[in-house]
Ligand binder design. Structure first.
Ligand code: F6P
Length: 326
C-alpha cells in the first residue's frame, strides 16, 4: 500500500506532497519522506511501491484508528490518498465514516476485486506474468506427458486465474467462486488422455475450494486472512490428481512473482490517470470516494461502494470460458 499526503497550496496541482511509508503503519509510527518531483521521477517502469508497504490494520490495534487521526493532524496533513486493495481501502472507508477523515482512494491490487471499477491497476500485469509462465509450462507438460497445476493469486476472486487461463489456453480453470470436485478435474484429465492428449494444464486460484477435500489451513494476518502463501492448494490438487489418475502431476505456485517486475503499459497509463483524478478529488474536497474506471472514462465512486462487496467473477462470465476448456 502507498499513501501520498497532500498539503494544499495555492494552485490546483501546486500542493506539497508527503509520502507515508509502510502504509497505515507509517501514520501509527510516523515515517514519511517528501514526495517532490525528484522523488517521483523515473518510477513509471518500476513495479511495487517506492513508499514500501505493510499489512498493518489500525482497527486491529487498541486506539489505532484514533492514533491515525491524531498523527495525521500532527503531520499537518490536509488530505490523504490511500492506494491499495480491499484491506487498505476498507480502513480508509472506516476512518472516513468514523471520523470524517479526509481521504480519497486509488484502486491498486492485482486481485481486481474492488467494486465500482472495471479494473484496478496491477491486475493485467499479473495476468501477463501468469500467461508467460503457462506458455513456458506447456513445454514440459507436453514433452513429459504431465499434468501441470499452475497456482495463481486470488483469495476470494478468480480474475487472474480466469483471464490467464483463457489467454494461456488452460485445459481447466478453477476459481474460488465456483467450488469444484477434485474428481471432476481428474475425469477431465482422463478424458483428454483417452483422446490422445497426454498432458493437461490446470490453472487454479490460491483461494479455490474443493467440494471433496481441502488443503491445510494456515496462519492469519492482521486483516484476519489466512496467509495463503503458506498453504498450497496447487500441491494438494497435484497430489490428488496423481492418486486419482496415476499420471505424473506437478504444481507450480507463481506466488509473488506476479506482484513484481515491470508493469504493462495499460497499468502505467491507468495508474497515471487515477493519480490525476485523485488530485482532482482532493482539490474538490471529494473525500470518502475512490477513483475508478468504467469503459474508457475515469470517474469516482463512494469508497463504501468499492469495498462493500467484493467484485467476484460473475457465473455467466465463467460459463462463457467453459467451451474453451478440456
Ligand atoms: O491482496 C493481494 C494479494 O496479492 C492476494 O492475492 C494474496 O493472497 C495476498 O496479497 C498475498 O499476501 P502476502 O504478500 O502477505 O503473502
Amino acid at each position: 500500500m502507498i499513501r501520498a499526503v497532500v498539503r494544499t497550496g495555492a494552485s490546483r496541482y501546486g500542493h506539497e506532497h508527503l509520502g507515508i511509508l509502510h502504509g497505515w503503519r507509517g501514520i501509527i509510527e510516523p515515517e514519511t519522506r517528501p514526495l517532490d518531483r525528484a522523488a517521483v521521477g523515473g518510477i513509471l517502469h518500476l513495479g511495487g511501491t517506492i513508499l514500501r508497504s505493510s499489512r498493518t490494520n489500525p482497527y486491529s490495534r487498541d486506539g489505532g484508528p484514533r492514533l491515525v487521526v491524531e498523527n495525521a493532524k500532527k503531520l499537518g496533513l490536509d488530505a490523504l490518498v490511500a492506494i491499495g486493495g480491499e484491506d487498505t481501502l476498507g480502513v480508509a472507508n472506516r476512518l472516513h465514516a468514523d471520523f470524517g477523515f479526509p481521504v480519497v482512494g486509488v484502486p491498486k491490487t492485482i486481485d481486481n476485486d474492488l467494486s465500482g471499477t472495471d479494473y484496478t491497476f496491477g491486475f493485467w500485469t499479473a495476468v501477463q506474468i501468469a500467461v508467460e509462465a503457462i506458455d513456458r509450462l506447456h513445454t514440459t507438460a507436453d514433452s513429459h506427458d504431465r499434468v501441470m497445476v499452475v497456482e495463481v493469486m486470488g483469495r476470494h476472486a478468480g480474475w487472474i486465474a480466469l483471464e490467464s487461463g483463457l489467454a494461456g489456453g488452460a485445459d481447466a480453470i478453477l476459481i474460488p467462486e465456483v467450488p469444484t470436485a477434485v474428481e471432476r478435474v481428474a475425469e477431465l484429465v482422463n478424458q483428454r488422455e483417452a483422446q490422445g492428449r497426454h498432458f493437461s494444464i490446470v490453472v487454479i486460484s490460491e483461494g479455490v475450494q474443493f467440494t471433496d477435500g481441502s488443503a491445510d489451513s494456515g496462519e492469519l494476518d492482521e486483516f484476519g486472512h489466512v496467509q495463503l502463501a503458506n498453504v498450497s492448494v496447487g500441491d494438494f490438487l497435484a497430489r490428488r490428481i496423481r492418486e486419482l489418475t496415476g499420471k505424473e502431476a506437478r504444481a507450480v505456485v507463481l506466488g509473488h512473482t506476479q506482484r513484481g517486475g515491470t508493469p504493462l503499459a495499460f497499468d502505467r497509463a491507468l495508474a497515471t490517470r487515477f493519480g490525476v483524478h485523485a488530485a482532482d478529488m482532493v482539490a474538490d474536497g471529494l473525500f470518502g470516494r475512490m477513483a475508478a474506471v468504467r469503459g474508457d472514462r475515469v470517474i469516482d465512486v463512494p469508497l463504501a461502494e468499492a469495498v462493500g462487496t467484493l467484485k467476484t467473477v460473475p457465473p455467466e462470465m465463467f460459463r462463457d470460458a467453459e467451451p474453451f476448456l478440456g
